[in-house]
Design a protein around this ligand. Structure first.
Ligand code: PEP
Ligand code: MG
Length: 762
């Protein structure tokens, strides 16, 4: 049963269009369940009617033409209840409605299960029999399982299918296809999408119209020839060391390559208008799905060979591929399955005006980087058919998390107004640069920046930062191919410390693990966010920890503005151990003759245990900074990168706010300075609440800083505290945010928080 389910899902996933996918489902399900009828009805998003999209057993001509109203018949009953309906005799059920023209009258027994994706009913899958016989429990369970597995595939095919149904020759501009993701970095970008993908991964290759069919074909043959040569070379090099069996594998590869049919098929796809990598993906995936369905295990294995060969050809093709963003002269929006920080580095950043990632959430590190760079970003756009969107016009709304493809003039106009409004606000902020962050009733709060790159230094000073609240040292570690030496680190840290001196710079010890991997120090774990991460790694590797601390202290020589911060602290012992090592490193460096003072040392509060032990920790250190990104993830048990649960990642969750307020209470009288350096501090609504709770400083991306300052300067501490008291008793995250929006509107600062037009476009 499992292998049957898997095979059907694979076949449906490989389908080239929505209709093909639906046809495969009805054909395969009817056969698997030995039912007389199998049909799929999908909900029309405009009318909410259930349209008969595909059928085996009913009148085939009716498909696509007949539909049931949203309150008509058993099908809509299944949809409304979002539950299966299993009937021995459908005709006697009060909801039965005969859909004339289908030939349905003969069939008595009925089993319908809903197709649900992200809580939304997409349609209904139905099987029917002539006999009056209830479908048994096993059959019902099979159909439910299949429907749950296929819902995501159907949703994706639906989104793609709707778009592809427009003929490629008439540009479908003005159709305003809208996709929902998660707001990753605020702002609006209007430009052309460029689909990017990791190298040699066939699954993520986009379709693209070739500039010259002839040269695509030539490139393809060259790549094919190169792979053939590679394989022959490897085969002869290994011939003395491998068995005949293993050698046979190479012969199979060569046979597949020499057999003209695969190459001919790919060339045909190129001639039909796809570029070589796209044509290769189409043909290879089709062959893989055919082989995978074979009963014979030997033949099934050939799927792996084809996939491997496809990847080899692709990597040769990619050596030749030019960077598409060079061909596009206007603003570019990078769109990818899983954008990473390093991918950003490969494109000319002056052209990149927006980012869209199918995976990930607003607290993924690429989103944090995007906010630091001020690039509007949408994350977790799970239904976006991104491989079909290369060079397509697009709007990215980083305020609401919406994406528009093929936008109409009207929608472009509306968004252009937001862009203009943003520009005006920027110049207003500019005037506040040298003014302190002081409330109307004269309370000062420190506004610090989070940094990672050298480029952040100037950008932060330009925006009026008073110091660095979090320097993420993993960033310079990530962009190298080995651990930087102590001397190299000293130089890197010196640039940050010097750039801001005499203002303080808080350098955090290496926080790798979780989703931050070093290419040269891979950590493979089932549960990386609960695993070997942050301080846990560095205390296990004293050579890394000591080199880093010594480099920091040396770099502060003569400047005396270093603060050291420890990430992922979950118990007191870690702090004791780290403090002893820091004192040792300080003594060593001092002995070496450097002009240094013992730096202030602080911990991050980002694990629930640290909230409950805040008092004990406070007694040991000079300062504490709340990492609200991780604290939210660990308090709510929601992976900060997982788009499937991103709708549960609520930074304004009452429990998160209560924990933040609790930290202030628990550490009162301990003499520690408190700050928040997670993304919540850079959200003006969050900043108001954090200030009202009594935190001393906020640390955020340089992009957010001017906006936060503008808002806090327009409020009094008393007003902020009043807002805090109104939202603390609320029990829903949404209510907290909505109430805060209402309160800032009443206080007259909403305009500074988001352009007025954005509300109308939600
Ligand atoms: C946090 O967790 O809030 C934080 C600031 O650290 P990072 O985002 O680097 O994990
Ligand atoms: Mg963290």
């Amino acid at each position: 049963m499992l292998s049957l389910l898997r095979r059907i899902t694979q076949e449906v996933t490989a389908a080239q269009s929505l209709q093909a996918a639906l046809d495969i489902i009805v054909r395969r399900v009817r056969r698997a369940m030995r039912s007389e009828v199998c049909s799929i009805y999908l909900v029309d998003p405009n009318s909410q009617d259930y349209v008969l999209m595909a059928t085996r057993g009913l009148n085939a001509d009716a498909a696509g033409k007949l539909s049931l109203k949203s309150d008509e018949g058993l099908v809509s009953l299944v949809g409304r209840r979002a539950e299966p309906v299993n009937l021995e005799d459908a005709h006697v059920h009060p909801a039965f409605h005969y859909l004339s023209g289908t030939g349905e009258e003969r069939y008595r027994s009925f089993l319908g299960v809903p197709i649900i994706h992200h809580r939304q009913v997409l349609g209904v899958l139905v099987v029917q029999h002539e006999d009056r016989r209830r479908f048994d429990e096993g059959e019902e369970a099979f159909l439910i399982t299949l429907s749950a597995q296929l819902a995501g595939v159907i949703a994706h095919a639906e989104a793609t299918g709707a778009m592809m149904s427009l003929t490629p020759n008439t540009p479908p501009s003005g159709t305003d296809f809208r996709y929902k993701g998660i707001a990753g970095s605020s702002g609006v970008a209007i430009g052309k999408a460029v689909a990017i993908y990791p190298p040699a991964d066939l699954d993520v290759i986009p379709d693209r119209t070739p500039q010259s069919v002839a040269s695509e074909i030539e490139d393809f043959y060259q790549a094919l020839g190169a792979v053939r040569k590679d394989i022959k070379k490897v085969s002869s090099r290994l011939s003395q060391h491998i068995s005949t069996d293993e050698k046979a594998l190479f012969d199979v590869y060569l046979k597949i390559l020499d057999d003209n049919s695969l190459a001919a098929e790919i060339v045909r796809k190129i001639e039909e208008g796809n570029w070589a990598p796209g044509a290769l993906r189409q043909v290879v995936k089709l062959h893989i799905s055919v082989f995978e369905q074979m009963e014979d295990p030997y033949l099934r294995e050939r799927a792996t060979d084809i996939r491997d060969l496809g990847r080899r050809i692709l990597s040769h093709l990619q050596e030749k591929t030019t960077n598409v963003s060079e061909e596009i002269t206007g603003p570019v929006i990078l769109v990818g399955e899983e954008l990473t920080a390093s991918m950003l580095g490969e494109y000319p950043l002056e052209k990149v005006k927006g980012l869209v990632s199918v995976m990930g959430s607003s607290s993924s590190h690429v989103a944090i980087l995007a906010r630091a760079m001020g690039i509007p970003t949408v994350m977790g756009a799970v239904d976006l058919p991104y491989t079909k969107l290369d060079k397509v016009d697009m709007i990215v709304d980083g305020y609401s998390g919406q994406i528009y493809t093929y936008p109409s003039e009207a929608i472009i106009d509306s968004y252009q107004q937001i862009v203009d409004e943003e520009r005006e606000l920027e110049s207003e902020y500019e005037q506040l640069k040298d003014l302190p962050c002081e409330t109307l009733d004269g309370q000062r709060i420190g506004l610090y920046v989070n940094t990672g790159l050298l480029a952040d230094v100037n950008r932060s000073l330009d925006r009026g930062a008073e110091g660095v609240g979090l320097y993420r040292t993993e960033v310079p570690f990530m962009i190298r191919d080995r651990f930087p030496t102590e001397a190299e680190q000293e130089q890197i840290y010196r640039q940050q410390l010097e750039g801001f001196a005499p203002a303080p710079v808080t350098i955090r010890t290496l926080d790798i693990g979780g989703d931050k991997a070093l290419p040269y120090f891979p950590i493979k774990e089932e549960n990386p966010f609960l695993g070997w991460r942050g301080i846990r790694v560095t205390l296990d590797h004293l050579e890394i920890f000591m080199a880093q601390i010594r480099a920091m202290i040396k770099a502060s020589s003569g400047l005396h503005n270093l603060k050291i911060m420890l990430p992922m602290i979950s118990n007191v012992a870690e702090v004791e151990e780290a403090l002893a090592l820091i004192r040792r490193a300080y003594a060593e460096v001092k002995e070496e003759g450097f002009d240094v003072v013992m730096p202030l040392v602080g911990v991050m509060i980002e694990v629930p245990s640290a909230v409950y032990q805040a008092k004990e920790l406070a007694a040991m250190v000079d300062f504490m900074s709340v990492g609200s990104n991780d604290l939210t993830q660990y308090l709510l048990a929601v992976d900060r990168n997982n788009s499937r649960v991103a709708n549960l990642y609520h930074t304004f969750h009452p429990a998160v706010l209560r924990a933040l307020a609790d930290i202030v209470e628990r550490t009162r009288g301990e003499g520690v300075k408190l700050s928040v350096c997670g993304e919540l501090a850079g959200d003006p609504l969050g900043a108001i609440l954090i200030m009202a709770m009594g935190y001393d400083t906020l640390s955020m991306s340089s992009t957010s800083l001017p906006k936060v300052k503008a808002v806090l300067r327009k409020l009094s501490m008393a007003q902020a505290q009043d807002m805090l008291h109104q939202v603390l008793p609320l029990v829903h995250s949404d209510a907290v945010r909505q109430t805060m929006m209402k309160l800032v509107r009443e206080a007259g600062v909403e305009r500074l928080i988001r352009p007025s037009k954005t509300a109308a476009l939600q």
